[in-house]
Structures are given as structure tokens and as C-alpha cells.
Design a protein around this ligand. Structure first.
Ligand SMILES: NC(=O)C1=CN([C@@H]2O[C@H](COP(=O)(O)OP(=O)(O)OC[C@H]3O[C@@H](n4cnc5c(N)ncnc54)[C@H](OP(=O)(O)O)[C@@H]3O)[C@@H](O)[C@H]2O)C=CC1
Ligand SMILES: O=C1CO[C@H](CO)[C@@H](O)[C@@H]1O
Length: 274
């Protein structure tokens, strides 16, 4: 496993395991398999409804707590200072943990203008030592600017949709300038289109790797954290086997040219409180 350092010095595995759409009843098995395969970062959220299953896998695993990196997120309808503190307590209890490694605001929900108060609750959780790091998801530059201006603790990460068809170059640069790591969600574009892209396929053949491995390797070489999801054990292993080859500058240039601002998930400015 390869690690990066967050802006507060905490180490984060650069490749993790996402569990959106993994039903709670299946999460314990899936996360257990992922931990056995070698994943150490698990990315869940209250809205995924599987924190209990994730917690069961953590409890059953012999991986020491300090080697795990557990992320969860506050959902839109729990935003606001007090609501967030309560939602955090519930998430922690479901996970069966006394701290998480990273707690994130799931969406800025700009229409309701609650994300600054929500972030201040995250700061309290951080100061209390119950989250080793805090951050946000789906924040655009204007949302980030407000946090940087109005809050004390710099977000450690901004988790956003990112893949070769949505490379987030401007946001990535802004985050780099402010020492915020970008974390790529839906890194395989939810297993759609980009996996079938002819340029990706050609590069994959050149390296004797799969298209998914090429995409994940591209993410790693662009210095982002990447959290692919799969419930298929062979793919868990496939997605981890990306540390034994390197994309050339020419491969990287060809993938850079695939950027087309194509989103597969919601637009942060259109996400409402649900
Ligand atoms: N903060 C946020 O707003 C969001 C965060 N996320 C996080 O990011 C994680 C990953 O993103 P997600 O949206 O799940 O999408 P991904 O881009 O990780 O794609 C997951 C899909 O790709 C398939 N897949 C996985 N590996 C391979 C492979 N090697 N070859 C072919 N297909 C493959 C999976 O199928 P199968 O499982 O059947 O093998 C699944 O259908 C989420 O699980 C979640 O933790 C996601 C969305 C939003
Ligand atoms: O992480 C995510 C997946 O689930 C949610 C919907 O249920 C999305 O809104 C979110 O971005």
C-alpha cells in the first residue's frame, strides 16, 4: 500500500475501498474480504445505510485499529451544528468505534447555507479527538473559499467525482495550492463508459493490465486518493494490483486528453437537502 500525508500529518492510504450500494447485510462480508485482500481505508457514509455492517467487519478483523483508516460522512438532512454532533454520535455508535479517521460533509447543499455551521461541528469533533481529520465532499472552489475564510481547521480532503472523463483540473489545482488532498470518488465512473474507452483499452494492452487498473494507476500518478467500490472478490484484488507498473508520460498525456467534463453523479449546485 502507498500512503499520502494529510495537511495535519496523518497518513492516509492512497487507495481505499468504497461501500456505496453495498447493502448493510452484505457489508460485513464485503468489507471483511476487502480487509483480507489488503485494503485499509474504508469509505462509508450515513446515507449508505451500511455503517453497522462495516462496523461488524471491523470488529471481526484482526487488523489493528491504528492500521485502519475509516471515513464516514454527515448527510444533508443532518446539517447544522447540533444535528451534526448528534449524527456523528450515531455514526460512531453504528460503526462500533470511538473515533473515525476522517469525517466529511457529504454535500455543500448551498441552497440551505448550512455548511459553515456544519463544518464548525466537525471542528469540535476534531478538537475533541473523535475524528483524526475532517473534510468535505462535493465542494467547489466557492464553497471551499468560505470554509477557508470562516473556519479554523483547514479541510484535509475534498472528496469529489473524478475520473478520466471528469478530471477536475481547476479544482485539483486550487486544492493543491491550499494543501487539501483531492479524493476521487466514482474513480471508475461507476464501472461505465470510461472502462470501455479505446485509449484506455490500448494503454491497458500495452502494460498487460486491465482498463480499471490503468484508470486507478492514473489516479495514483495524479496524486489523488482513490476509493473504488466492488463486491466482486476478483476485482478487489484486481483494483489493488496497481503498484507494480507505471504509466509513461505519453500514457498520462493521452489520458489527460480524455477530459470532457462528463459527470455521472449529481452536480453539487443542484443537490438539495434530502
Ligand atoms: N462523497 C460522495 O458524494 C460520493 C462518494 N462515493 C464513494 O466512492 C466510492 C466509489 O465510487 P462508486 O460510485 O461506487 O463507483 P466506482 O467508480 O468505484 O465504480 C463501482 C462500479 O464499478 C464496478 N467495478 C469495480 N471494479 C471494477 C473492475 N476492476 N472492472 C470493472 N468494473 C469494476 C463495480 O461493480 P461490482 O461491485 O459489481 O464488482 C461497481 O458497479 C463509493 O463506493 C463511495 O464510497 C461515491 C459516490 C459519491
Ligand atoms: O455518496 C453518495 C452516494 O449516495 C448518495 C445518494 O444516495 C449520493 O448523493 C452521494 O453522493
Amino acid at each position: 500500500m502507498q500512503y499520502l500525508s494529510l495537511n495535519n500529518g496523518i497518513r492516509i492510504p492512497q487507495l481505499g475501498y468504497g461501500v456505496w450500494k453495498v447493502p448493510n447485510e452484505e457489508a460485513a462480508t464485503a468489507v471483511g474480504q476487502a480487509l483480507k485482500a489488503g485494503y485499509r481505508l474504508i469509505d462509508t457514509a450515513k446515507i449508505y445505510g451500511n455503517e453497522v455492517g462495516v462496523g461488524q467487519a471491523l470488529a471481526a478483523s484482526d487488523v489493528p485499529r491504528e492500521d485502519l483508516f475509516i471515513t464516514t460522512k454527515v448527510w444533508n438532512s443532518d446539517q447544522g451544528y447540533d444535528n451534526t454532533l448528534n449524527a456523528f454520535d450515531e455514526s460512531l455508535e453504528k460503526l462500533g468505534l470511538d473515533y473515525v479517521d476522517l469525517y466529511l460533509i457529504h454535500w455543500p447543499t448551498p441552497k440551505f447555507d448550512t455548511y459553515v455551521a456544519t463544518y464548525k461541528a466537525l471542528e469540535k469533533i476534531y478538537y475533541d479527538g473523535r475524528a483524526k481529520a475532517i473534510g468535505i465532499c462535493n465542494f467547489e472552489i466557492e464553497h471551499l473559499q468560505r470554509i477557508l475564510e470562516e473556519c479554523e481547521v483547514k479541510p484535509a480532503v475534498n472528496q469529489v467525482e473524478c475520473h478520466p472523463y471528469l478530471q477536475q483540473k481547476e479544482l485539483k489545482q486550487f486544492c493543491q495550492e491550499h494543501d487539501i488532498l483531492l479524493e476521487a470518488y466514482s474513480p471508475l465512473m461507476n464501472g461505465t463508459k470510461v472502462i470501455e474507452d479505446p485509449v484506455i483499452k490500448e494503454i491497458a494492452e500495452l502494460h498487460g493490465k486491465t482498463p480499471a487498473q490503468v484508470i486507478l494507476r492514473w489516479h495514483l500518478q495524479t496524486d489523488v486518493i482513490v476509493i473504488p467500490k466492488t463486491v466482486t472478490p476478483s476485482r478487489m484484488q484486481e483494483n489493488l494490483n496497481v503498484f507494480d507498473f507505471e504509466l509513461s508520460p505519453s500514457d498520462m498525456d493521452q489520458i489527460a486528453a480524455l477530459d470532457r467534463n462528463e459527470r455521472n453523479n449529481s452536480d453539487p449546485n443542484e443537490m438539495h437537502m434530502r
